[in-house]
Design a protein around this ligand. Structure first.
Ligand SMILES: C=CC1=C(C)c2cc3[nH]c(cc4nc(cc5[nH]c(cc1n2)c(C)c5CCC(=O)O)C(CCC(=O)O)=C4C)c(C)c3C=C
Ligand SMILES: [Fe+2]
Ligand SMILES: [Fe+2]
Length: 365
């Protein structure tokens, strides 16, 4: 359908922050999973094998077998509010909108868009356009760059903009795997967890895997995961034998990044390790891959193999230090697009002034 847009000269343009995430099924059911997996796994950035062969495998085998099995897994982590990934990402967007109001004087808006499923990237960009955002910062919720996650999110944005007449200016955040505020938020989350629950023998840092050939073709993901791991270990004062970087969620028969998490957990169990803690620094929010694959499946296999205690340290989710880190990352990438009195001045504001300013900004926009 042809859309008519009325151009309005009387609105002050805003800067839009587009939080970009992977996406999740609309419901923990076979049909919803089929729709989601079809869109996700048809992306050439995600599965790079020749199209004709992949079409046969995807439509002949995977979309007949996987939706039901995956739906059962999703059902185990689904909440009253919906899929954990979506619920956390929506809260992060709201909190970022609120926290930024204490540091930004110019008008801005935050929206969430998913590469696959809902809310779609298209709906997010439409919402930003409706709020007069003529400049957009794309902020992927992936600290480490991978073509299959970060670049596919950018692709989803470009696909929408390809059809857009009045295009906004666009900036993208490529990665923040070594950003001091992100590392500090991770370290604080581990400290907080250990303060309450004591310490493990080993800390396992588990990142989502990708096929090994992506590394050989130049994807920096493997190196960025290892850098995050090293910086987190340094921040926690861990020696090399006190932590380990692993890769989870292998999909298909090809070789993926190693060491694989699942056999590592079995092995640590067999070695009768008294306690391991697992953290997933690459997931900015808890989701199927952390709550089911790690905290349920991973725990069960470690214990079955003779391991002592298994602890899962939650993702950063809505932690205040993480939302502050998101503000830092966004502001660094918004330089020149927002008015400059944001940082130093905001630090000096009293609570009353901050509240008054937030109200006045809200009233203006
Ligand atoms: C760092 C982020 C992610 C990368 C890189 C990534 C690559 C990647 N994933 C698959 C296949 C699947 N992933 C699935 C779920 C899933 N993946 C990520 C993140 C990354 N994936 C998240 C956050 C989630 C959870 C989504 C949720 O709804 O909670 C799934 C679906 C679940 C299932 O059926 O197992 C698949 C399939 C590939 C092939 C790939 C790289 C090539
Ligand atoms: Fe994945
Ligand atoms: Fe998985």
């Amino acid at each position: 359908m042809k859309k008519t847009v009325t151009f309005d000269h009387h609105h002050q343009p805003k800067v839009g922050i587009l939080l970009a995430n992977l996406g999740t099924p609309d419901a923990p059911t076979g049909p919803a999973l089929r729709r989601y997996l079809k869109q996700f796994l048809s992306d050439r950035r995600v599965v790079e094998i020749p199209r004709a062969i992949w079409w046969l495998i995807l439509n002949g085998i995977i979309l007949n077998l996987r939706p039901k099995k995956s739906a059962e897994k999703y059902a185990q982590v689904w909440t009253k509010e919906g899929s954990p990934l979506l619920v956390h990402a929506q809260k992060q967007a709201k909190l970022l909108q609120g926290f930024l109001s204490q540091r930004v004087a110019s008008p801005y808006a935050v929206e969430l868009g998913m590469s696959y499923g809902n809310p779609s990237m298209e709906s997010a960009i439409e919402k930003l356009a409706a709020q007069q955002c003529n400049r957009i910062l794309v902020f992927p919720l992936y600290p480490q760059y991978a073509a299959s996650s970060t670049a596919s999110a950018f692709d989803a944005v470009w696909r929408v903009l390809l059809k857009t007449r009045n295009m906004p200016a666009v900036r993208t955040i490529r990665n923040y795997h070594d950003h001091p505020a992100y590392i500090a938020a991770l370290a604080k989350s581990v400290h907080d967890y250990w303060f309450v629950n004591g310490r493990p023998e080993k800390l396992i840092m588990s990142f989502h895997g990708v096929p090994r050939y992506t590394l050989d073709k130049g994807d920096p993901y493997h190196c960025e995961c290892h850098k995050t791991g090293r910086l987190l270990a340094e921040a926690l004062g861990l020696t090399k034998d006190q932590y380990m970087v692993c890769f989870q969620s292998r999909f298909g028969k090809a070789e993926w990044l190693k060491p694989y998490l699942a056999p590592t957990l079995d092995e640590l169990g067999k070695q009768k390790v008294k306690r391991i803690d697992v953290i997933c620094p690459g997931f900015s929010s808890d989701c199927l891959e952390t709550l089911e694959e790690i905290a349920m499946e991973g725990k069960a296999s470690f214990l079955q193999n003779g391991g002592g205690e298994f602890h899962y340290i939650p993702a950063l989710n809505e932690r205040e230090d993480w939302i502050h880190a998101m503000c830092d990352i966004a502001l660094e990438n918004l330089q020149g697009w927002i008015s400059k009195d944001w940082d130093a001045n905001a630090a000096k504001l009293t609570a009353e002034q901050t509240k008054a300013r937030a109200i006045s900004l809200g009233a203006k926009s």
